[in-house]
Design a protein around this ligand. Structure first.
Ligand SMILES: [Zn+2]
Length: 376
């Protein structure tokens, strides 16, 4: 396959050195424009939405054999790329977003380019979607991703891999909650009987929610941030908490939400009112029977490439949760190998890039005759 690592790394340097934090619309637009130009060179039809999400398709199709998904945003603030720009040391490349997931975006492009050069994509309908807000929950891009996924037989997500033989098949669902406690303020020494402490009620919630952790079932509940009160001698009128819930099934999520509803309706501290706001949700990515048929195909490809595949279940979410939640056969973790995402020690393993490109190309090709969920 025609794949030039030198060219790939030159392009990677360009896009890693563009800061594109989720709120940095200038940087995200620059990354989007980079890919628009590249995909147009391949003759793809491209479209950039108002939220700077990018779509590229290799023809004017109603439905797609495969939907390829990546995100252009990173978790890093403006100035990071100047502070620690792209660099290569030995077999590793460093820089903000190098593994999560600018190398994946480019792997997708270079693989599609190689497929086109060799005529391997001729009877394949391919749709690429690059989104701009994955790191903050994909809120603005989920409608587009859902719309495209529903027209696709298969969804492939290019998040980074842990090693050349690993792919992601399961991801936990994620829900986030804001809890607002409103009590009654009073002088804590003079007339405490007139008060209702929002802080005490919050403390009760923290210990009750903590009891819901069930590692065997894959449920984690973390009250990650709390704040409340104004002074030691004032019974607290206000308190707040934020909660992160990870779950494997809808039933597990509902169980936690039922407990919250119960706690809300039966406050331990009379007079405290609690507001529960769910501010984000991603369904769990669980492999369906159709996904398992796709896995079998990928398994065969892995054997041909002498990759002893390991299928990973991750506690972290991605856009794969969204497509799998719709019942579309989905595989994630198809990017090159990297480590330490979201940290300054993030790196990409250079010797994984070419092999992962071959692997991806073969998987995309296999989507040709895969009968997925999409009606023919
Ligand atoms: Zn990512």
């Amino acid at each position: 396959m025609s794949f030039s690592l030198d060219q790939y790394l030159q392009d990677l340097e360009l896009i890693v050195n563009i800061d594109s934090g989720s709120k940095n619309s200038k940087g995200i637009n620059q990354v989007a424009d980079f890919f628009i130009e590249r995909y147009q060179r391949l003759g793809y039809l491209t479209e950039k939405t108002t939220n700077a999400n990018l779509m590229a398709v290799n023809g004017d199709y109603d439905n797609y054999d495969v939907l390829l998904i990546g995100h252009m945003d990173t978790v890093f603030p403006e100035g990071t790329a100047v502070e620690r720009p792209f660099r290569i040391s030995g077999n590793r490349a460093y820089g903000p977003g190098v593994a999560d997931m600018k190398s994946g975006l480019l792997l997708m492009y270079y693989s599609l380019k190689a497929m086109q050069e060799e005529g391997l994509d001729r009877d394949l309908a391919i749709c690429v979607v690059l989104n701009s807000d994955e790191e903050i929950g994909s809120k603005k891009s989920i409608p587009l991703i859902k719309e495209l996924a529903q027209k696709s037989k298969v969804a492939l997500v290019l998040e980074g891999a842990r090693n050349v033989a690993s792919l992601v098949l399961e991801r936990k669902g994620i829900a986030g909650y804001h809890l607002n406690f409103t009590g009654i303020a009073a002088h804590a020494g003079v007339e405490p009987e007139k008060g209702a402490s929002a802080v005490v009620e919050l403390a009760h919630w923290v210990s009750e929610l903590n009891e819901l952790n069930d590692l065997a079932a894959g449920t984690t509940v973390n009250v990650g941030v709390i704040e409340g009160g104004t002074a030691a001698n004032v019974i607290a009128e206000q308190a707040r908490a934020t909660v992160d819930l990870r779950f494997k099934t809808e039933a597990a999520r509902e169980k936690v939400e039922t407990v919250m509803e119960d706690l809300k309706n039966n406050p331990r501290v009379k007079g405290v009112n609690v507001e529960v706001i769910r501010h984000g949700i991603r369904p769990a990515m669980n492999p369906s029977a159709e996904t398992m048929r796709l896995v079998e195909r990928v398994q065969e490809i892995g054997q041909r490439l002498k990759l002893d595949l390991n299928w990973i279940a991750s506690g972290g979410g991605s856009d794969a949760n969204t497509t799998a939640g719709l019942g579309i056969p989905t595989i994630d973790g198809l990017g090159p190998v990297g480590a330490n995402p979201h940290s300054k020690n993030e790196y990409l393993e250079l010797d994984s890039v070419k092999l992962r490109s071959t692997f991806l190309t073969e998987i995309i090709s296999a989507c040709r005759d895969f009968k997925g969920k999409r009606p023919e």
